[in-house]
Ligand binder design. Structure first.
Ligand code: HEC
Length: 339
């Protein structure tokens, strides 16, 4: 076809473009070719694919292939246009005429404004950061880098040993119970108003009350001492939770704290089934310890905003918070399977 066109052009001589009514101008031939190739790629191939595959959806041509086809088309058109001086001249003629204003000054102004604007818009679209749904689902509880030593770790503060309970009883007797430093200022305020009561009475729960009553009458039972110690630990855990975790995880651990809306990956609702209760305590401890930065790659593409709590909280504080977290959620941790 090209040689035929070339011959035809050669015999007709330069300048004889409008005379041949049989043939459209090279400029429009180029425009029509580009549009046709695009239509074939974007529309015809997907349409035909539905008939071939019988799938309920069309198979679109991948972006890299579109780029590939379009580049080839442009290279072919470039060769075609620059094949001879006549071809090139014919191609450029309408452009020159347009730029000289032969088709009117207003269309020229519109095109001269539109082209840079479109180019600018295109560059902006390429550079602007986008929020796109990930191609793969995120794994909620990734564990590929979960250290083995945490697998059977249990919370020492909700299952205190006999020694812990005995120590607690003797401290209570001596009036030397210590609470975590974060709540001490509040406890002091409370004690100023209740100078005749032991400090432990600030924790106003049935178990602690029962224990204090038994303590006053002599020997408290191991049962109530244990219950009171657990309630004291829970009290501390709740205070720490309110101070550190509540902004994101919410008052009732439902993942609805005041800051939660700010994160693309929201904290999940721990009161839902299938969240906190599906992971073993050691896993929860490890997640709280290392936060988002400690997650392996399968936890991407959305990055977790969960802070790395080992930088700010001690082991004891973290275990106590976890105790409060499960308690607030009304859940119990998963029990590690024996292998
Ligand atoms: C800056 C907001 C933020 C704060 C503060 C925060 N978290 Fe999170 N946390 C998140 C987000 C977001 C997720 C959910 C994404 C994920 O799975 O990592 C999460 C997930 C968790 C998980 C679930 C892990 C899993 O695998 O299901 C636990 C447990 C947790 N947080 C505990 C805590 C504790 C305890 C504190 C306080 C010491 C705390 N978080 C404070 C944002 C926060």
């Amino acid at each position: 076809m090209m040689s035929e066109q070339g011959e035809h052009n050669g015999s007709a001589g330069p300048g004889d473009n409008s005379g041949g009514a049989s043939r459209i101008n090279r400029f429009w031939a180029v425009v029509i070719t580009i549009i046709s190739v695009l239509l074939v790629i974007k529309w015809l191939i997907p349409l035909v694919s539905r008939h071939i595959t019988n799938l309920p959806f069309p198979l679109t041509v991948p972006g890299t292939l579109v780029l590939f086809y379009m580049t080839l088309t442009l290279v072919a058109l470039f060769l075609f246009i620059t094949f001879s001086d006549e071809n090139l001249e014919e191609f450029l003629r309408p452009i020159y005429r347009f730029m000289r204003g032969e088709f009117g000054a207003t269309p020229r102004l519109i095109v001269l404004l539109l082209v840079p604007l479109l180019a600018g818009w295109q560059v902006f679209q390429m550079r602007v950061p986008k929020l796109e749904p990930p191609v793969a689902l995120r794994i909620q509880h990734p564990s590929s880098n979960f250290p083995k030593k945490y697998e059977d770790a249990t919370n020492p503060y909700d299952k205190p040993s006999e020694d812990d309970v005995n120590a607690f009883v003797s401290q209570a007797r001596a009036g030397s119970i210590s609470l975590i430093r974060q709540v001490q200022a509040d406890i002091e305020v409370w004690q100023d108003e209740h100078s005749d009561e032991p400090m432990l009475a600030a924790i106003n729960t049935p178990g602690v009350k029962q224990f204090l009553a038994e303590l006053e009458n002599g020997d408290p039972s191991a049962e109530s001492a244990r219950a009171a110690l657990i309630e004291k630990n829970l009290f501390e855990g709740r205070a720490l939770y309110a101070m550190n975790c509540r902004p994101c995880h919410g008052d009732s651990v439902a993942g609805d704290g005041p800051m939660a809306d700010g994160f693309k990956l929201r904290p999940i609702n721990f009161t839902d089934n299938g969240t906190l209760e599906t992971i073993v305590e050691g896993y929860t401890f490890w997640r709280v310890e290392n936060g988002g930065p400690g997650l392996p790659t399968e936890a991407t593409p959305w990055d977790s905003a969960m802070p790395e709590w080992k930088l700010n909280l001690t082991d004891e504080e973290r275990w106590k918070i976890i105790m409060a977290e499960y308690d607030l959620a009304g859940k119990t941790p998963r029990i590690p399977e024996s292998h």
